[in-house]
Design a protein around this ligand. Structure first.
Ligand code: NAD
Ligand code: UDP
Length: 310
């Protein structure tokens, strides 16, 4: 198949590109390089089945593709809050442009939605039927509400125009090729520990997240995209739940050295807990994350050691 990936030069998009090329497909990567990097896809630039287009998803585009994965959107809070109006436009206009293209070409189209649609959840673990608890006017709203509106568009194009959609809700995912200045917790803690700097825990560190290793997630993407039992929304993530204090301790233990923990103020609207209920993914995809946190962290530390030359 010929497969378009918007945001293909980002963390998840570059791993998905690797996987789809390995499966024998043609990959067209479309990216404006806001948070993506050429170095993520450098090794693919001379691949005969790989093509790169520098383009912004808020502007319409025409590509003949059998499948579209819409991943374009900054994912880390400091990056999506850098230009919040642009973040909402990217999610909403990007969804409209991908859906319009899918409608014209009859391509199957996949939306990378997020656990952020659940906001600061009152139901734990989060099931797909939960409507969420999202602040519509806060610092995280540009991302959360942009992604919620994109889901609305996906389901309306599906109901009104018969567009063949797949909507996935991704929980925190980590691994090699995260940007060292990405700002998300796993990359922050690893880079700080390797540099001998104190690990910055926001708040008291009792808030929880569930961390999925990138290879597990990408496997779930491909399984979901190529089945017909459900169009979603479907949670994908690792149900193992850790406090930020526990995460810091795992990373400090593995890196060794002299770094300690320091506490900084908790950002506004920071969700207190998050863990996916993955019953639907188990049922429809036969999917289960396989890489335990300690092993995934070890692989990610090895990547950053090379990347930072430490
Ligand atoms: P990332 O920031 O590494 O990748 C996003 C990519 O999109 C980058 O290459 C960036 O340059 C590109 N991009 C941003 N705005 C664009 C625009 N207007 N036009 C074209 N390209 C644009 O982040 P990621 O972790 O790889 O996330 C990929 C997708 O998955 C995002 O949609 C994100 O919301 C979603 N997601 C990720 C996670 C996670 O834990 N990694 C969790 C939930 C959802
Ligand atoms: N966090 C932290 N220190 C950091 C970066 C993040 O303690 O240096 C916390 C953050 O407040 C949140 C959790 O780690 O509670 C996960 O943050 P991240 O930005 O990775 O993802 P999200 O909040 O979007 O789930």
């Amino acid at each position: 198949m010929r497969i378009l990936i918007t945001g293909g030069a980002g963390f998840l998009g570059s791993h998905l590109s690797d996987r789809l090329l390995a499966d024998g497909h043609e990959v067209i990567c479309l990216d404006n390089f806001f948070t993506g990097r050429k170095s993520n896809i450098q090794h693919l630039l001379s691949h005969p089945r790989f093509e790169l287009i520098r383009h912004d998803v808020i502007d319409p585009f025409k590509v003949e593709a059998d499948q579209i994965y819409n991943l374009a959107c900054p994912a880390s809070p400091p990056h999506y809050q850098f230009n919040p109006i642009k973040t909402t436009k990217t999610s909403v206009m990007g969804a409209i442009n991908c859906l319009g293209l899918a409608k014209r070409t009859r391509a199957r189209v996949f939306q990378a939605s997020t656990s952020e649609v659940y906001g600061d959840p009152e139901i734990h673990p989060q099931v797909e039927s939960y409507w969420g608890n999202v602040n519509p006017i806060g610092r995280r709203s540009c991302y959360d509400e942009g992604k919620r509106c994109a889901e609305t568009l996906f389901f309306d194009y599906h109901r009104e125009n018969g567009v063949d959609i797949r909507v996935i809700r991704i929980f925190n995912t980590y691994g090699p090729r995260m940007h060292p200045n990405d700002g998300r917790v796993v990359s922050n803690f690893i880079v700080q520990a390797l540099r001998g700097q104190d690990l910055t825990i926001y708040g008291d560190g009792s808030q929880t997240r569930s961390f999925c290793y990138v290879d597990d997630l990408v496997d779930g993407f491909v399984r979901f995209m190529n089945q017909t039992a459900t169009v979603g929304p479907l949670n994908l993530g690792n149900p193992g739940e850790f406090t930020m204090l526990e995460l810091a301790e795992i990373i400090l233990k593995q890196v060794g050295g002299t770094a300690k923990i320091t506490h900084l103020p908790l950002p506004a609207d920071d969700p207190k807990q998050r863990r996916p209920d993955i019953s639907l993914a188990r049922k429809h995809l036969g999917w289960e994350p396989r890489v335990p946190l300690a092993e995934g962290i070890a692989r990610t530390i090895a990547y950053f050691r090379t990347e930072l030359g430490i």
